[in-house]
Design a protein around this ligand. Structure first.
Ligand SMILES: Cc1cc2nc3c(=O)[nH]c(=O)nc-3n(C[C@H](O)[C@H](O)[C@H](O)COP(=O)(O)O)c2cc1C
Length: 214
């Protein structure tokens, strides 16, 4: 799939990105101190797995992942790139991330990430990411394509971005996950800010994933 970005869409992205990063645009190295060790939480023996990629210093997807784990009793593993996205927001957004999106690239996931997950143990996988260039970061494709999925594997995408109400971003992200996780049962996704816990709870409840308080 080749992506083309019209000048209008690029202008919108620049606006959104500058709005979302107004506070961090002066920060010289958002993401420069990315750990090479994937963060984990929860109990690996749970039947529910939460995996996520998160890059900004706010760790918005990470916050969402940890909240979801608390509500579902899931085991949580962070997806770490083999080659970290070091540099400022502008360096990453208008450099490597843009190039990867335009090339439909598959940046490598660290072996440490894969080593933490025995996918056969999980029939429910929630996969989280920030919107990057109107869709999922390409590394989400790498991760999903690493596994052989069957219809018994239930995948629930969750994502957030500078905008959390853009139908095109939702559609793009869902198509990307569906094509990358061929064979799996990919459910409708959750597209909401990490702070929107009522939307997160409603989504988990609708999908029978909410275990907290039971
Ligand atoms: C490379 C890059 C591209 C982005 N593209 C978009 C976009 O197309 N639409 C959008 O709403 N937000 C976009 N954003 C903003 C992020 O989705 C937003 O800041 C998100 O909250 C970051 O989540 P994180 O803290 O988990 O990394 C982009 C950010 C980056 C770094």
């Amino acid at each position: 799939m080749k992506k083309r970005f019209s000048a209008r869409i690029c202008a919108l992205l620049i606006l959104l990105a500058s709005l979302s990063c107004a506070a961090c645009s002066n920060a010289p190295a958002d993401g420069a101190d990315q750990s090479l060790t994937p963060a984990t939480a929860g109990d690996p023996s749970s039947s529910v797995l939460v995996v996520y990629f998160s890059w900004s210093s706010e760790g918005n997807t990470e916050q969402m992942a940890n909240y979801i784990a608390g509500q579902t009793g899931a085991y949580v593993v962070e997806i770490i790139p083999e080659d970290p996205y070091d540099g400022s927001y502008n360096d990453v957004a208008y450099g490597r991330a843009q190039e990867e999106a335009e090339a439909n690239a598959r940046p490598a996931v660290s072996q440490e990430t894969y080593d933490l997950i025995n996918m056969d143990d999980y029939d429910t996988v929630l996969i989280g990411f920030p919107i990057w260039w109107h869709t999922a970061p390409m590394i989400i494709g790498t991760f999903l394509e690493h596994y052989d999925w069957t219809a018994d594997d239930n995948i629930y995408p969750f994502f957030q971005g500078a905008s959390n109400s853009n139908q095109e971003y939702y559609n793009n992200s869902m198509s990307f996950v569906r094509s990358s996780a061929e064979g799996a049962t990919v459910h409708d996704g959750l597209y909401a800010a990490e702070s929107n816990t009522s939307a997160i709870d409603a989504y988990l409840s609708e999908n029978g994933l909410l275990t907290a308080g039971e």
